[in-house]
Design a protein around this ligand. Sequence first.
Ligand SMILES: Nc1nc2c(ncn2[C@@H]2O[C@H](COP(=O)(O)OP(=O)(O)OP(=O)(O)O)[C@@H](O)[C@H]2O)c(=O)[nH]1
Length: 436
Amino acid sequence: MGISDTIYALSSGGLPSGVAMIRISGTRTTEVLAKLSGKIPAPRLAKLSSIRGRNDQLIDQGLVLFFKGPGSFTGEDCAELQLHGGKAVVEAVLTELAYLGCRHAEAGEFSRRAFQNDKLDLVEIEGLADLIAAETEMQRRLAVEHSSGHLSSLYEGWSRRLVHARAMIEAELDFADEEDVPGSVSPSVWADMSLLGEEIGTHLDGAAVAEIIRDGLNVVIAGAPNAGKSSLLNALAQRDIAIVTEIAGTTRDVLSVDLSLAGFSIKLHDTAGLRETQDLVEKEGIRRARNVISKADLVIALSDNPCDFPELGAVGTIRVGTKIDSNPDLWDKSAADVLISVKTGQGMERLIDVIVSRLPDLNAFSNFALPSRRRHVDCLNEARTAIHSSLAAADLGLDIQAEYLRIAGDALGRITGRVDVEDLLSIIFSEFCVGK
Ligand SMILES: Nc1nc2c(ncn2[C@@H]2O[C@H](COP(=O)(O)OP(=O)(O)OP(=O)(O)O)[C@@H](O)[C@H]2O)c(=O)[nH]1
């Protein structure tokens, strides 16, 4: 590797901060450490050191950690400098690292090296990106299953079963006429492949829930103008996000806010009131409203009049009667799922309970090892289809059946990155921040 194979980056967050962590990785790590701190600490032991620049000038005092490759995150020699998190301190050390011939890392470059050196597979790396991005408890639990290798073990176990089945078939093809390989190998192989197809199917059943956990549940507030939609958005977000006036048609565009509810990420959208109008801007707002309604996981349909609920045709609608502080006599209980007043807070807890009751039931899943990315789901579907094709191809001959199993194995291998993923890598690693 050339001089710039040794990379560095600030791996901790924005400055100033109490402590800033600079990470270094590559063949020149020990040489750089010796120049910056005088000596190389014993691997994995934090050592309080003076960090010095050119002309022996003291830059800062901090902890220096050295990880000898391959026993490091990237698999190469790595170091971590834990410094005081001042902008000038960090800038001075980064400048010194550049002067010493190191190169600033690109986004995700440390993780890319970890992948290239077989320290992590793609599922673990994607899980790491999700773990860093996780904002809710559910997102964290989902991501940690991926980053910790649980999901990879599951896929690798499946891959091994496919390889075993192919080996058994190959043996039967090669030694079909010889007496020492019993012809009865195949039935147990096909039974296992049938079971594997079912296991992948069950695993795929969790994909929709995992997607909701990872990307959030889309909840749309819809209704006639003045029904109280913006007031409800503000109340649920506990902030003044949307403009509230008594003028019908105030909200023109879709306004969105992220909330965390029962550990789930909720994307709540306020929409323009639905009515016939000649106003061009309002018309466009209503078109956008209908568009988000059609993509919603859940719609909260509002009306301040029981005779006036919007017909949305959306699946998963909660009918909410509003302003019951001012119009209690208008409502009979059966007219709506929940009656609320944003003014007095009446019914708000019940509304939140009803929304939570519409969230996916996680008790149906024994763990969070679920496929959360489209990429994984596509590969799993491809693997399952190929297994089914193999099982259905008995009349076509063992070599055709084995070929389908190879296709299934390749599809599983692409999830963890064991086969044919070069073109995927830049997409995956670009999701990372610099320093990871
Ligand atoms: N009394 C009472 N008034 C409310 C309540 N919620 C909203 N309002 C009033 O109803 C009017 C309309 O409220 P908004 O929240 O702007 O209604 P909207 O559905 O977003 O209206 P558009 O943006 O025009 O579609 C405002 O004057 C609010 O103060 C409530 O619970 N009780």
